[in-house]
Design a protein around this ligand. Structure first.
Ligand SMILES: Nc1ncnc2c1ncn2[C@@H]1O[C@H](COP(=O)(O)OP(=O)(O)OP(=O)(O)O)[C@@H](O)[C@H]1O
Ligand SMILES: [Mg+2]
Length: 151
């Protein structure tokens, strides 16, 4: 996996930006349109910060037509996109990074795919070195906004 900093749409290229949900979706769609596989995108943030919302938007931008639900129970969802497969992985329920092997982690990362990872901290040092890191935070005063940090 390689770095793809040049594909980050300018809105969040540096520092934290406050975004509404439509702004976050639109940014995610742009990102999904711009990326090429293989690429892992680690999406960090507390419960309800908008990780799945962003993953859905990136999937849509990448051309995935299926509705992307939260993969919390399946942990791994694979979608066929027109350019490359897209994996949506939610590691919230992963007890230990050692359990990644049971998810087929190595096969996922070997696939020529876009891999979107919620709760990437659960993977410890098993994240690919070139992963793109995105963080979402609740806004301190505006519940309709989130703080977005990318790159
Ligand atoms: N600016 C915003 N950006 C994203 N989501 C927002 C925003 N404002 C409000 N929301 C709402 O916050 C919720 C975010 O939920 P989402 O499932 O995307 O979070 P999550 O980070 O994936 O949570 P979890 O850790 O439970 O998986 C949605 O209900 C969404 O409508
Ligand atoms: Mg989620």
């Amino acid at each position: 996996m390689q770095f793809h900093h040049h594909v980050i749409p300018p809105l969040a290229a540096s520092g934290k930006v406050a975004v509404t949900e439509p702004e976050l979706r639109s940014w995610g769609e742009q990102l999904g349109r711009a990326v090429t596989a293989p690429l892992a995108i680690a999406i960090s943030g507390e419960v309800g910060a908008g990780k799945t919302t962003l993953a859905q938007a990136i999937c849509r931008g990448a051309g995935v037509r299926d509705f992307v639900t939260s993969p919390t129970f399946a942990l791994v969802q694979r979608y066929d996109g027109p350019r490359f497969p897209v994996y949506h992985i939610d590691l919230y329920r992963l007890d230990s990074a050692r359990d990644l092997v049971n998810l087929g982690w190595d096969d996922v990362l070997r696939d020529d795919a876009l891999v979107l990872i919620e709760w990437p901290e659960r993977a410890d040092d098993h994240l690919p070195a070139g992963a793109l890191h995105i963080e979402l935070e609740h806004h301190p005063s505006d519940p309709t906004k989130r703080l977005l940090l990318a790159g």
